[in-house]
Write a protein that binds this ligand. Structure first.
Ligand code: HC0
Ligand code: SF4
Length: 577
């Protein structure tokens, strides 16, 4: 152990740790801006500046290593002045329209300025000419707000292995941008939004579509149906100050009803439908020498990645549309017919933890006769704003059910889709039981649960040794894909999700600020949110997709059987190189 003093308090630290780590372990807060645990550690912003006895200049605590006998002062006059000066310089080149900023009250820069008591910026002057890119369907970049922390750059690189963003230009003209300051739309960006979740300010955010929902709700000619993705219930409460991992399924349904949607359904229902189709497809591929491994296709960020980076592997993708798209297609066909509604007069709104879903709904394959399967996607964050806009007292809402008439029921298998490994587990429950033709001994395939980036398992299914793999984030999926490309993949079935941990950590979920990500006792927010879903699974009376009575009814009355021509027409899709 290394012995040092921080603010005159004796502290012990592991060799090789930084002043910041030593301070945090001792419960001493040093403010940071560019530092993001496990992602970005450059010392570039100098907000974590501290004074070190005997050293000529101040040190950046996030990169400065501890040494024996060191004496550190985090709040000396010199350190405080320097920190304040640094933040003022950032503010001098920052578009300060905080009141109308999407990150107002959730902005790390705003918080720093408050903490440091900055009342006016002493250095007003020229500002770097900004780029405003709102061309892509999922995410928006506004460099007038950018603080050049680099957290987005490193996130895209480390999490997705992509490097869409980098610093371009020099000196005062430095910007964070895709190559040549291009739009996100013109580069191989997945639209996953992981960079958005890493941004401390309002420089990266989701393309907002709230106004489109309000318009539809106020159009008497439109019948507006809403569906909520599995992962939303595990995080929406955070927008209202509830602890991470609070499950708000019932309050969410109640809020949507009060907002005035004509029907309030759960994407979980369609997740069950997806399992029917995808399970059937897998069995077909196994029994008829189809292309294996089959890879899940419900994460649209992953689909974009596959199309951009591994177009030679597209035939491995399941042809199933993602659950909420399947749901849209059923609403605009079967539901429209049974309710005597013109599909053009139905607006389907999906509440998703995901920015890439905004890009998915505008894909040309996701329409029939010019009618989109799903009309609008709102992220979890946008739903939080909509609820606030409508003055709904979320915390005090009663728990209500989804509309039970046709599609309100879902199995526990549908709920766990939102966590990495959930789709695989849901599929295994149905595939194993179908092939073995007897009830499963256990429904919990715990080997595919958990927040590891890659999970693998070998399971016996009807006398076959089935090898499965689960990966979340592209940096974790890449080795599995390279194996397939090389012809050495041992797997039969692979689940891939675009974001680390799955949808519960999607790019549209409530932002987990650096103060939590870097905290003294960092909360694993992914684990907490996933637990909310597994708890809901355990509470369901039906836990297998093929036992959902409303799914059975849909096949009886409309689709006939999994993989039927009608199912193919409505529920399956194609991909393009
Ligand atoms: Fe997901 Fe989905 S589970 S992608 O992770 O499959 O976004 O939550 O809605 O569609 O159901 C996201 C989450 C979904 C879809 C479902 C799938
Ligand atoms: Fe990278 Fe995802 Fe951000 Fe695109 S959306 S720049 S792929 S992190």
């Amino acid at each position: 152990k290394i012995n040092l003093k921080i603010n005159n308090i004796p502290v012990q630290a592991e060799p090789g740790s930084t002043i910041l780590q030593a301070a945090r372990a001792a419960g001493i807060q040093i403010p940071t801006l560019c530092y993001l645990k496990d992602v970005n550690k450059t010392g570039a912003c100098r907000v974590c500046t501290v004074e070190i006895k005997g050293a000529k200049s101040l040190g950046a605590a996030c990169v400065y290593p501890v040494s024996e006998g060191m004496e550190v002062f985090t709040n000396s006059q010199r350190a405080l002045e320097a920190r304040k000066h640094t933040v003022e310089l950032i503010l001098s080149n920052h578009c300060g329209d905080c009141l109308s900023c999407i990150r107002n009250q959730n902005c790390e820069l705003q918080k720093l300025a408050q903490q440091l008591g900055i009342r006016k910026v002493r250095y007003e002057g020229e500002k770097t000419p900004p780029t405003f890119d709102e061309v892509a369907p999922g995410i928006v970049r506004d460099t007038s707000k950018c603080v050049l922390c680099g957290r987005c750059i490193e996130t895209c690189k480390k999490v997705q292995g992509l490097g869409i963003l980098s610093f371009i230009n020099r000196g005062f003209n430095t910007k964070v941008a895709p190559v040549f300051d291009k739009s996100f739309n013109d580069v191989n960006c997945m639209q996953c939004g992981q960079c958005v979740n890493a941004c401390p300010v309002g420089a990266l955010f989701e393309k907002e579509d709230i106004h489109r929902v309000i318009e539809a709700l106020n159009d008497p000619a439109q019948h507006v149906v809403v569906q909520t993705a599995p992962a939303v219930r595990a995080a929406l409460g955070e927008e209202f100050g509830l602890p991470i991992g609070t499950r708000v399924t019932g309050k969410m349904a109640a809020a949507l009803r009060r907002i005035g949607f004509d029907r309030v359904y759960d994407t979980n229902y369609a997740a069950d439908l997806t399992i029917m189709e995808e399970g059937h497809e897998f069995i077909e591929r196994v029994q008829h020498q189809g292309v294996l491994p089959m890879i899940t296709s419900c994460s649209p960020g992953w689909i974009r990645y596959c199309e951009f980076e591994y177009p030679d592997l597209l035939e491995h993708l399941s042809s199933c549309k993602s659950p909420h798209m399947m749901f849209g297609a059923i609403l605009k066909s079967y539901y429209a017919q049974t309710h005597n509604l013109d599909p053009r007069k139905i607006t389907v709104v999906s509440i998703m933890p995901c920015t890439a879903k905004k890009a998915e709904v505008v894909r040309p394959e996701m329409r029939k006769d010019g009618v989109a399967d799903v009309d609008v996607v709102l992220t979890t964050r946008e739903l939080g704003r909509l609820i606030k806009m409508y003055g709904i007292n979320f915390e005090n809402l009663p728990d209500e059910d989804f509309d039970q008439d046709m599609f309100g029921q879902y199995s526990g298998a549908g709920v766990i889709f939102g966590a990495s490994g959930g789709v695989m587990e849901a599929a295994l429950r149905t595939v194993k039981e179908t092939l073995e033709n007897k009830p499963l001994d256990s429904l919990d395939f715990t080997v595919v649960r958990g927040m590891e980036g890659v999970k693998t398992a070998e399971l016996e299914v009807a006398g076959m040794q089935v090898k499965v793999a689960v990966a979340s984030s592209m940096s974790c999926a890449k080795p599995l894909l390279d194996e397939i490309r090389a012809g050495t993949s041992p797997y039969h079935f692979i689940e891939i999700m675009g974001c680390p941990g799955g949808c519960i950590n999607g790019g549209g979920q409530p932002i987990i600020n650096a103060s939590i990500r870097n905290g003294f006792r960092p909360i694993d927010w992914k684990k907490e949110r996933a637990k909310a879903l597994y708890d809901e699974d355990a509470l369901q009376s039906v836990r297998k997709s093929h036992e959902n009575p409303q799914i059975i009814a849909l096949y009886d009355q409309f689709l006939k059987e999994p993989g039927s021509p009608l199912a193919h027409e409505l529920l399956h899709t194609t991909y393009s190189k």
